[in-house]
Design a protein around this ligand. Structure first.
Ligand code: SAM
Length: 350
């Protein structure tokens, strides 16, 4: 949807598709344009070539897109579709510094840096997203507004471009960011046109802010909470950007929410320890700590949620407790008390 909306009204021009994978997006959306596609994985490149066969003008190469793969290309680009998932920024910088561009150009990208920041508890520096000292929570909360957007604006400003239109949304876990911008060389003229097109936004007034904070305290994620208040996550982010008190209140609400979630997990853990039913906690771990669990235990997501053989419960619980201690959800003393209680209940059951 985001792509389709941004494609409307774009001038003619080539499309650069780094991280093209099997060529699905190119095949679905860009058949009418000249396409320059690249991916680091030769097998996916072969699959993309096959899929895009028959297009009038297409090149698909195996290359690292963190550098510009089409030196000598004389086409002028009107669109970059950067479905990197992890980090599209070095590829965007390489494109910008090397390719010929239309007067108006759209860039669409996906990035998982907020997940990276949350998990590592480290701030990062664009475009490489290498770790640096900094307030990682603040960076996570304002990733687009205070980091990606200014970086992008700085990158393109040197060539006289400015961001004319932007759109973004996150997934429900607040980890992936999908964004799109239209950049243009003559800001004044386009800006007026864009302003006219804009729909009136729902106001994030004091009443809605209270409701938003309640939703967050109650356990909702940012997108869910915004939806419950009838505003867009963008409006919330903008309001937080302009109002330090609101940003602080949201952070406090997050702490309450996470504390509440921890208590729920502890309760569930207690039940699991006494009844031998670990499924609920495993479900929680699958959602919150899926990668670490899969790495450590070599299990796929699906196998985590199935019922567990009674004999494996003690091993499972040991691992769960360890995770919860590492995540600071549970103190070591509390974990020890649970194990002792569980062992003594087990003995009395014979
Ligand atoms: C999310 S997939 C893209 C899927 C694609 N949009 C499609 O339509 O099939 C990400 C792709 O990035 C590729 N990739 C990862 N790092 C890369 C790099 N440094 N340079 C080029 N491609 C890379 C992977 O091989 C993978 O195919």
């Amino acid at each position: 949807m985001l792509r389709k909306r941004f494609l409307e009204g774009l001038p003619n021009g080539a499309v650069y598709v780094p991280f093209c994978g099997d060529g699905d997006i190119t095949s679905e959306l860009y058949r009418a344009r000249a396409c320059f596609c690249a991916d680091i994985d030769p097998e996916r490149v072969a699959a993309a070539k096959e899929k895009l066969r028959g297009m009038t003008k297409v090149q698909v190469v195996a290359a690292d897109c963190n550098a510009w793969p089409f030196h000598g290309c004389s086409d002028r680009f009107a669109l970059v579709d950067c479905d990197a998932w992890v980090n599209p920024y070095p590829a965007i910088a390489a494109f910008w510094n090397s390719a010929k561009k239309s007067e108006t150009i759209a860039i669409v990208a996906t990035d998982a840096q907020r997940e990276n920041i949350k998990r590592s508890k480290h701030a990062v520096k664009l475009p490489e997203c290498s770790r640096i000292a900094g307030n990682w929570r603040e960076q996570c909360n304002f990733w687009w507004l205070r980091y990606v957007k200014p970086w992008l604006a700085g990158l393109v400003a040197g060539d006289g471009y400015a961001i004319q239109q932007e759109s973004k949304f996150g997934d429900r876990y607040g980890t992936m960011l999908y964004w799109a911008v239209i950049l243009a060389k003559r800001p004044g003229i386009t800006e007026v046109a864009v302003k006219r097109q804009r729909k009136k936004r729902a106001r994030f007034d004091a009443g809605k802010q209270e409701r938003y904070l309640d939703e967050i305290r109650g356990g909702a994620g940012h997108c869910e909470a915004a939806q419950a208040c009838g505003v867009s996550p963008d409006s919330v982010e903008r309001a937080m950007h302009n109002d330090r008190a609101l940003a602080a209140a949201v952070s406090a609400a997050e702490v309450t929410r996470d504390g509440k979630r921890s208590i729920d997990v502890e309760r569930a853990l207690y039940e699991a320890a006494t009844n031998g039913n670990t499924t609920a906690i495993i479900f929680w771990l699958q959602n919150r700590l899926s990668d670490r669990w899969q790495d450590k235990r070599g299990m796929g997501g699906a196998s985590l949620s199935v019922a567990i053989d009674q004999r494996d419960v003690s091993i499972q619980l040991g691992c769960i407790l360890q995770e919860l201690i590492e995540e600071k959800v549970l103190s070591k003393d509390k974990a020890r008390a649970l194990i002792e209680k569980w062992a003594s209940d087990d003995e009395s059951k014979g």
